[in-house]
Design a protein around this ligand. Structure first.
Ligand code: AMP
Length: 284
């Protein structure tokens, strides 16, 4: 495995491989890797001749006051993990490589997919995601790109970007990887103190309960009431949002039906740490 820092070197390396007919899989990350990231890399290694993983903490997807400066950086451990999984190249650029202009002229706008969930809680976040992912797609030019369903809205936004902008790239969503007790793995879990870590189970436990209740035929209103009731049991949890949307296009669901593929999505703060999770309620 080789770590490459510049766009030039990455292009010079991948160009001949691509021209010789090798398929390229791409796993974009912000580092501080865990088993969730490893699962994406494994899927790519399995499907493609060459796998590139990027490690870049993208400043434009953080809002002022968010955790950009304290975001965990663990490059040596990340390299060891990616090498063990069989990744061929790590692309770890500097900010000035990805954002060579002092001020960006070309920015992205996102319409209705932004008006809900994380788009509402983190204004500008998905614009930053689309900006960096489109740059990385143009640099790496992969055949397939792997994204985790933990960031459900992100997958929908990226898929739409790929379709609207005609990127010749297949987006592969990968299942959420969880800790043994159910907490969705996240680079941000390291911020949690012991009590917050316990109460973080509010997210996954509530989602599992909602799935059970949805399968028993409970209404959307009953599910909402369940979330409220559970919140009372987890005093450290501050709910950011709870919503049930169609997994197909994130439109609102008025009632629970299998055809709409309802997915429950939650974001919550434990102290200053914001965690997200989701679960399909009625799988087809
Ligand atoms: P990040 O480094 O947090 O930007 O995440 C990089 C990629 O890993 C994104 O596509 C995430 O959705 C994915 N990812 C993060 N956590 C998990 C997880 N627990 N299970 C599966 N994929 C994940």
């Amino acid at each position: 495995m080789i770590t490459i820092n510049t766009i030039r070197e990455l292009r010079d390396t991948l160009g001949p491989l691509r021209r010789s007919g090798k398929s390229v899989g791409f796993v974009p990350t912000m580092g501080a890797l865990h088993e969730g990231h490893a699962s994406l890399a494994r899927a790519s290694v399995k499907d493609n001749d060459i796998t590139v993983a990027s490690i870049f903490v993208n400043p434009t997807q953080f809002r002022p006051g968010e955790d950009l400066d304290k975001y965990p950086r663990t490059l040596a451990a990340d390299q060891a993990m990616l090498e063990a999984v069989g990744v061929d190249f790590i692309f770890a650029p500097e900010k000035r490589d990805i954002y060579p202009f002092e001020v960006d002229e070309i920015l992205f706008g996102i319409r209705s997919l932004n008006g809900m969930l994380c788009g509402t809680s983190r204004p500008g976040h998905f614009e930053g995601v689309v900006q960096v992912v489109s740059k990385l797609f143009n640099i790496v030019q992969p055949d397939r790109a792997y994204f985790g369903m933990k960031d459900f809205q992100q997958v929908v936004v990226i898929k739409r970007m790929v379709e609207e902008l005609f990127f010749p790239i297949e987006v592969i969503p990968c299942p959420i990887v969880r800790e043994v007790d159910g907490l969705a793995m996240s680079s941000r879990n390291v911020y949690l103190n012991a009590e917050e870590r316990k109460q973080a189970l509010f997210l996954s436990r509530t989602l599992s309960q909602l799935k059970e209740e949805a399968r028993e035929g409970q209404s959307l209103a009953a599910l909402q009431a369940r979330v409220e009731a559970n919140l009372a049991k987890y005093p450290l949890v501050k709910l950011d949002y709870f919503d049930v949307r169609s997994a197909i296009d994130l439109t609102e669901v008025k009632s629970l039906s299998r055809e709409q593929e309802p997915v429950a999505l939650i974001a919550a703060f434990l102290g200053s740490t914001r965690l997200i999770d989701n679960l399909p309620l009625l799988e087809k």
